[in-house]
Design a protein around this ligand. Structure first.
Ligand code: C2E
Ligand code: CA
Ligand code: CA
Length: 760
């Protein structure tokens, strides 16, 4: 018997030692406390073992002392462990000192016991034939028991407190601890009152030690995990269905039940509804997308489905689960992004890039089919914006887009090329020129109190070379418009061989320009400017190119292309030099005449215009007054401030500034206020276009009157008849230029003209 008990105790000692080692290595916060608890249990256990095994008085006495002191330490450790395990930090502060004091007193009384025998003495008895020393207890021992029970009871109460206070799912954790404590307590009590000679209650404490070890380090409350996982799945936005191996639906979360509109826990009905709504989900692969139209409005909704097999650790299938995710928001966002990348925000038509792509595809898909590429352009759209405001401009563009949309058939592709230009790809047989012409004759944009007639031009390129870049096709269609740019009555122009040849020719001319300047193929022709008596006061220098093979070229045939590539500055500088040369000759001959030179808006980008002119007049030794400078208001577009400074600088240096083509633009009146000019060149050719001549006359009359008020000299150009001349004179116009007096002439002919003019 003694051996058997010793073996049990031995086993517990080993177990506690192992547990202590493992606890000390654990990285859980409770590890150190646990180690101390195991060691604390070892002390009374060993004491107990000594008592049982020794059979001698002295060893038994030592065993009892170890046992009792060990019990003090053990219950203290139980209390500390319980507080930490139950996460009750607050009692430690108050209890620690009290408990220590009580235990210290107990220690002292045991130290006195060998002399006073007030706690216990030993009595030799025989148990199963062995010597055993039983302890006979006195008052001091009762003190020991009271503090041991007291401390233990506090620990037990704390454990019960925690058990009651915790959420249901966590109670298991504290219940096990509480039960273990109560059992240990009962066993100890049983020993005390049964007067069983051998105390084996320590086994209960050792068991408690092992349980504490397991509970702290290895116990995972499965119910808690279960519940947590369940909650997570239930709270997911995704719908989730679980199926067993036979395909039966075991469970579905709330969103899933809502998705198939089944209430309660009728999972089988849910499965049937799922199949109805989303088709055969068992046979659709791992993941797939479904688009459905729902509700009365038949709104589209997008779903992503994913079916996964579940298996155990041996790889056997245990069931399946299906995730259904509503990704309508994402899809709508993606579609919106695609839409805004491919559609123009203002008009809702396709953007240029996307539209080009579509044209490329359409042409590829329909080889041999005849198409027009159509370029749609609004003449002087800038005026609409500047005069009527951006909102009205936007409105105008929207109305053009609507017109294109409404005129279109399904097979057409159309879009906005940018700014005020649109484009279309139209099958040749669909294009009804007569109808379009008719619709464009009176294209009016209205906005409450504003109304404006838009001049819209269409350039058409018949696609003959399908391999051409779409942008090149549109360039060609655009080129066709150039021919009718200022034409108010024709709205449609076709790209043809002539245009192609003239483009080729233009490009060729550009390559010859330097040589043409050097060899003086480009010369100024002079057009007389007369006063109201018809006396020639000066002339405008207008460039002409006497080309060796092409013959006589007017500026219209080479200036636009030179303005595009910037070479205009070379030509202008050349003409200005020629003008200075002529002025120098006149000056030397004593002739007092001026020459007006033209400044292209582009010149300002390639040189410092005022400095160049100042240098030129110095170089030729002529008066800046005799070299008049013609600037159009388009030169002011862009950097108006710096243009204004340039003009001011020229005036400060004695040059006379003429505002060219006044009336052909739109903001002239506004500009006049700020622009320091000396002469206003009124563009008669523009006024001629106005159908109502009475209106034109009113305008003319007012411009001349206004110029007079502002002390600006008025000059009318494009005077073609005596009637016009006399009429304008009566209105108060000071200077005149036009075919009525003379066309632009080469220098010698001009001088001849002046000689005759002076004689008459
Ligand atoms: P612009 O400066 O307005 O020149 C007046 C144009 O009107 C000239 O055309 C002239 O020949 C024409 N013209 C004169 N009187 C009449 C008339 O009674 N009836 C009609 N229908 N036309 C008349 P041109 O010489 O062909 O010049 C056209 C434009 O080319 C000029 O318009 C000017 O903007 C530009 N240009 C001409 N020479 C130069 C130059 O050397 N440099 C620059 N930058 N531009 C120039
Ligand atoms: Ca001019
Ligand atoms: Ca002019």
């Amino acid at each position: 018997m003694r051996l058997a008990v010793s073996c049990i105790f031995g086993a517990f000692v080993v177990a506690l030692v192992i547990a202590a080692i493992i606890s000390s290595r654990s990285d859980k916060p409770i590890g150190p406390t646990l180690t101390r608890l195991q060691i604390a249990f070892l002390i009374p256990l060993i004491g107990n073992m000594i008592i049982i095994m020794s059979g001698r008085y002295f060893y038994s006495l030592t065993g009892y002392y170890i046992y009792f002191i060990g019990m003090d330490i053990a219950v203290y450790r139980v209390l500390i462990f319980t507080m930490e395990y139950c996460e009750l930090n607050w009692p430690i502060k108050y209890l620690k000192h009290l408990v220590w004091t009580l235990i210290a007193i107990d220690g002292i009384q045991y130290a006195l016991n060998p002399f006073t025998h007030h706690a216990f003495t030993l009595q030799a008895i025989k148990v199963y034939g062995f010597n055993y020393y039983l302890n006979v207890t006195y008052a001091g021992q009762n003190y020991h028991r009271i503090i041991c029970y007291g401390i233990f009871t506090i620990a037990l109460l704390l454990s019960i407190y925690k058990l009651v206070k915790s959420p249901k799912i966590y109670r298991e954790r504290y219940l096990v601890l509480t039960v273990a404590m109560i059992l240990s307590c009962l066993m100890e009590t049983f020993y005390i009152f049964s007067r069983t000679p051998m105390d084996i209650s320590m086994t209960a404490f050792a068991t408690f030690g092992m349980l504490a070890f397991y509970l702290s380090l290895y116990y995972r409350p499965l119910k808690v995990l279960d519940r947590m996982l369940g909650n997570i799945i239930s709270e997911l936005n995704e719908s989730i269905f679980f199926f067993d191996v036979s395909g039966k639906c075991l469970w579905a979360n709330e969103p899933a039940m809502d998705l198939v509109k089944v209430s309660g826990e009728d999972y089988e009905v849910a499965r049937e509804r799922l199949a109805e709504e989303f088709g055969d989900y068992t046979n659709s692969g791992d993941s797939w997308a479904v688009k459905k139209f729902v509700g009365e409005t038949q709104e589209p909704r997008f779903y992503n489905l994913e079916l996964r097999a579940l298996s155990d650790d041996k790889g056997r299938e245990t069931g399946k689960f299906l995730r259904v995710r509503d990704n309508t928001d994402e899809q709508v966002k993606i579609q919106r992004e695609i839409y805004s990348a491919t559609h123009d925000r203002l008009t809702g038509l396709f953007t240029k890039e996307y539209f080009y792509e579509l044209i490329g595809e359409t042409l590829k898909e329909n080889p041999g089919k005849k198409y027009y590429i159509i370029f749609v352009d609004v003449n002087n759209f800038k005026i609409v914006n500047d005069v009527f405001g951006m909102d009205f401009g936007d409105q105008a563009l929207k109305e053009i887009a609507i017109w294109i949309e409404e005129s279109s058939k399904k097979t057409w592709v159309y879009g906005r090329l940018g700014g005020d230009t649109f484009g279309a790809l139209v099958p040749v047989e669909d294009f009804d020129q007569e109808r379009v012409e008719k619709e464009l004759t009176n294209f009016v944009v209205k906005d409450r109190n504003k109304e404006h007639h838009l001049l819209i031009h269409l350039g058409l390129y018949k696609v003959t070379e399908e391999k051409l870049d779409v942008s090149v096709m549109f360039d060609r269609a655009h080129l066709a418009i150039n021919r009718i740019k200022e034409d108010f009555n024709t709205h449609i122009a076709y790209y043809d061989d002539n245009i192609r040849q003239s483009v080729v020719k233009e490009q060729l001319l550009a390559t010859q320009i330097s040589e043409a300047i050097e060899t003086r193929q480009i010369v100024p022709y002079l057009q007389p400017i007369v006063d109201s008596h018809g006396t020639v006061l000066g002339a405008e220098a207008l460039a002409r190119w006497i080309h060796p093979t092409e013959g006589f070229l007017s500026p219209a045939s080479f200036i636009p292309v030179l303005e595009r590539n910037g070479m205009i500055a070379d030509v202008d500088l050349h003409i200005w030099r020629c003008a200075c040369e002529i002025l120098k000759q006149w000056h030397e001959k004593g002739i007092d005449r001026f020459l007006s030179i033209n400044i292209s808006p582009k010149d300002f980008f390639f040189m410092n215009v005022p400095d160049t002119l100042i240098k030129l007049v110095k170089e030729y030794g002529i008066s800046p007054k005799s070299l008049r400078v013609e600037i159009t208001e388009t030169a002011m577009i862009g950097d108006a401030d710096s243009r204004m400074n340039d003009i001011q600088k020229l005036r400060d240096n004695g040059f006379i500034i003429e505002m060219d083509d006044f009336g052909s633009g739109y903001s002239s009146l506004n500009l006049l206020q700020d622009m320091p000019v000396d002469v206003l060149k009124i563009d008669m050719a523009f006024l001629r276009k106005a159908e109502d001549s009475q209106k034109a006359e009113m305008i003319l009359y007012n411009i001349i009157a206004m110029a007079k008020d502002l002390e600006i000299t008025s000059l009318t150009e494009g005077v073609e008849s005596l009637y016009q001349f006399e009429h304008l004179s009566r209105m108060g116009c000071k200077l005149f230029q036009g075919y009525h007096f003379s066309k632009p002439l080469p220098l010698e002919e001009f001088e001849e003209y002046c000689r005759i003019n002076a004689e008459s």
